[in-house]
Write a protein that binds this ligand. Sequence first.
Ligand SMILES: CSC[C@H]1O[C@@H](n2cnc3c(O)ncnc32)[C@H](O)[C@@H]1O
Ligand SMILES: [Zn+2]
Length: 443
Amino acid sequence: MRKIDTLIHARWVVPVEGLERLLENHAVAIHHGLIEAVLPADEARSTFEADEVIELGSHVLLPGLINTHTHAAMNLMRGIANDMPLMPWLTEHIWPIEGEFMSPEFVADGTDLAMAEMLRCGTTCFNDMYFFPDVVAERVEAAGMRASVGMIVIDFPTVWAANADEYLEKGLALRDAWRGHERITTVFAPHAPYTVSDEPLAKIRTYADEMDLRVHMHVHETTFEVNDAEQKNGQRPLARLKDMGLLTPNFLAVHMTQLSDEEIETCATHGVHVLHSPESNLKLASGLCPAQKLIDAGINVALGTDGAASNNDLDMIGEMRTAAFIGKVAADDAAAVSADTVLRMATLNGAEALGIAEATGSITPGKAADLCAIDLDAIETQPMFDPVAAVVYNASREQVTDTWVAGQRLLADRRLTTLDEAAIRARASEWQTKLAAKDKDSQ
Ligand SMILES: CSC[C@H]1O[C@@H](n2cnc3c(O)ncnc32)[C@H](O)[C@@H]1O
Ligand SMILES: [Zn+2]
C-alpha cells in the first residue's frame, strides 16, 4: 500500500485531457499537492492508504475552473451602475468611484469577497487586472488560490502610479517579488488600446518578449472603441497592436466582439489567445464574440467573467452556459460551442492561455490537484444522462460542494476553510455604505 495524503472517490471524473471523456466510479489520488493517479475506485482502495478519504457518491469531479479575465476587487462595485454601455459606465460611474476610493484596503476586501465567490463556484485560478496588484497577490497567497496577477499600465495617473514608467517599475518589482511562486504568476496588463499610448506599449512588448511573459488587454470590446480609433488614428486597434509587434502567442485579447475575417486570420497566424467574457459583453451590449469561428480558425479561446461590476457575478458555471448559448446563436448553429467545448474553454484552454497548462487545467497525474466537485443529486440535475451536459446546461453554482487548489481543500462541503465569510460580508457592507454616498444612481 502506498501512503498518500488524500483519496477522492467520485461517481464521475471528467479529466478534460487524455483519452477518456468520462470516468465512472473512479478515484483521484493526491500527494504533496499533486495528482498522483486517476484510477478505478476498487483499484484505488487496494493501492493507496490515504490520510484522508473523501467519498463523493453523487458528484462529478472536474478540473478547477479558470477565470481568465476579471478585476476581483470590483466585487465591491457589484450592482452600482447598471443598464448602460461601456464608456458611460466607466467614465461616469466606475472611474470616479475608483478615483475616490481606491486603496490597499479596498483591494484587499474586494479581492477576498471575489475569492470567496469564486471558490464557491469551483474556480481555482483567476487572471486579474486591477490596482494594487501587490495586495491582490498577498490575498491570493493567504487564501491558497492560484492566480495570474496583472502588472497594470494605463496612461492616466492613479493612486497606484503617477505615470507609465512608474506603473512598469512597480509591475516589475511585483514580478521580482513573486517569481518562482508555486501558485502566483505575473502578466503585463495594459488596460486597453484607447488608454495606453505607443510608448508604454512598445516597452511592454520588449519586456514581454525578453521575459516570455503574457500581455493581458481589453481589445475590440465595442464598436465605439474600433470606430473611434479609426477616426482618430486612421487604424483599427488590432492593426495598431499588430504593427507594434504585440500580437504573439503571449498576447491575451479580452472581449474581441468586433472582428473581421481578416483579423481572425491574423490572430490565428500570430497565436493570439482570446479571453471570451460573454456575460459582460451582453450586459454592456458590447457585442458578440464569434467564439466558434475563432475556434475553427485554430485560436485558443478561454473563458472569463470580467469584473462583478459588469457581469454581475463571477459564476463560471453560469458563464459556461451563456458562452454555449450565445456561441450557438452567433454561429447560427446549435452544434456550435458544445458542452464539452465550453468546459475545455473554462479549464484547459484557460491554463494554456495563462501559460500554466503544465501545472493545472486538467485532471492529469503530475499536475497540481486543482479540482472542483459538483453534486448532481439535486432535483435540478435529475434525471442525469450526461454529467458534462448537466454541468453546463442545468447545474448551478450552489451545487459545487468542494474546491481544492494544489491539494488544499479551500471549500469543504460548502464551507470556506481559509476565508472568513462573516468578516468578508461585514467589510462588503461597510464599503457599500461608503460607495452609495458617492454614487447617487445606486441609491
Ligand atoms: C487598470 S485596472 C483595470 C481597469 O479596467 C476597468 N474595467 C473593468 N471592466 C472593464 C471593461 O469591461 N472594459 C474596460 N475597462 C474595464 C476597471 O474599472 C479598471 O479601471
Ligand atoms: Zn475587464
